[in-house]
Design a protein around this ligand. Structure first.
Ligand code: LIP
Length: 258
C-alpha cells in the first residue's frame, strides 16, 4: 500500500506541475489523446516498481505490459481523464490496482485537484484521506444521481445509438445523470456516497480495476454491465451503492443490445 500511495501521489504532483501549461499532445485515434505528461508519469511509475519490486509485472495504459508470469502485477493509468487534462478541465487522477494471482487486492486513486486520496485493501475497507468510506443509503433510482462515460468509438453510428439509448433510459428514471470524463473518479465518487451508480463500456482494466475495489470495500456492489461477475479485462461494469443495482440492471436489460 505504501508503494501504491507513493505512486499515485507522485503522479498527482507531476500532473499538477504541468496542468494548464502547453504540453505536447498526440492522437492515438480521432478523439483518443495522449500527452507528454501521461508518458512521463507512466515512466516514473515503471521506474518506481522496478526499484522497489523488480520481480513484479506492470500493465499500464500507454506503454503496455511486462509479462514474466509474476504473481504480482501492477495495473496503472497515469492520467485517467486525459481529455479533461489536455483541455484544462480539473477532473483527472492517477489510478492503480495491485493484482495478486489475478485478483485485485489493493486499489489507489489520487485526485490532485481536490487532494483526495482514495484507497482500499480487499477485506479491509476503503478510505478517503484516511477516513472510512461508505456508499450512500439512497434506495431508489428516482432519488439517485448517476454517472457514466463514453468510449472513444462513440462516433460509430450503431455504437452511438446503443450508448445514447442507455443514457436516455437512465435520464428518464434517475434524478440526474453526469458525465465527468474520468472513470476512476466516477467510481470513487460512488464509493464516497456522492453518487449512487456508474455504468460504462469499452474501458481499459487500468481505468476501473483499482477504483472498482474501492467501491466494493466501501460497501457498494460492482458487476459486469449485464449483472455477471466483474471482469476488469472485459471493459464493462455497473457499480452502485448496492441499493439501486437491481433497478439499474432492469433499465439496462430493457435498453441494451447484448
Ligand atoms: C477515460 C475514462 C472515461 C471514458 C473515456 C476514457 P482515459 O480514460 O476515464 O471514463 O469515458 O472515454 O476512456 O483515456 O482518460 O484514461
Amino acid at each position: 500500500m505504501k508503494t501504491a500511495v507513493d505512486a499515485v501521489t507522485r503522479a498527482g504532483e507531476m500532473q499538477m506541475a504541468r496542468f494548464g501549461t502547453k504540453v505536447r499532445i498526440e492522437k492515438k485515434g480521432a478523439i483518443d489523446l495522449v500527452t507528454e505528461v501521461d508518458l512521463a508519469v507512466e515512466q516514473m511509475f515503471r521506474a518506481l516498481i522496478a526499484e522497489r519490486h523488480p520481480d513484479h509485472d506492470v500493465l499500464a495504459e500507454e506503454l503496455g505490459a511486462s509479462s514474466t508470469g509474476a504473481r504480482h502485477r501492477w495495473v496503472f493509468d497515469p492520467i485517467d481523464g486525459t481529455t479533461n487534462y489536455a483541455h484544462g478541465i480539473p477532473i483527472f487522477c492517477a489510478a492503480l490496482a495491485l493484482e495478486i494471482d489475478g485478483v485485485a487486492e489493493i486499489g489507489a486513486v489520487y485526485d490532485p485537484n481536490r487532494r483526495e486520496l482514495f484507497t482500499a485493501e480487499r477485506g479491509a475497507g476503503a478510505s478517503l484521506n484516511g477516513q472510512p468510506l461508505h456508499t450512500s443509503a439512497i434506495e431508489t433510482l428516482a432519488d439517485s444521481v448517476l454517472v457514466t462515460g463514453f468510449p472513444y468509438s462513440i462516433r460509430e453510428a450503431e455504437r452511438q445509438r446503443d450508448l445514447l439509448a442507455l443514457f436516455s433510459g437512465f435520464l428518464g428514471e434517475a434524478r440526474a445523470v453526469r458525465r465527468l470524463g474520468s472513470a476512476a473518479i466516477d467510481l470513487c465518487w460512488v464509493a464516497a456516497g456522492r453518487m449512487e451508480g456508474y455504468w460504462e463500456q469499452s474501458l481499459g482494466p487500468w481505468d476501473m480495476m483499482g477504483a472498482a475495489l474501492i467501491v466494493q470495500e466501501a460497501g457498494g456492489r460492482v458487476t459486469g454491465i449485464d449483472g455477471g461477475p466483474l471482469d476488469a479485462y472485459a471493459g464493462h461494469l455497473l457499480a452502485t451503492n448496492g441499493h439501486v443495482h437491481e433497478e439499474m440492471l432492469r433499465v439496462i436489460g430493457r435498453r441494451r443490445r447484448p
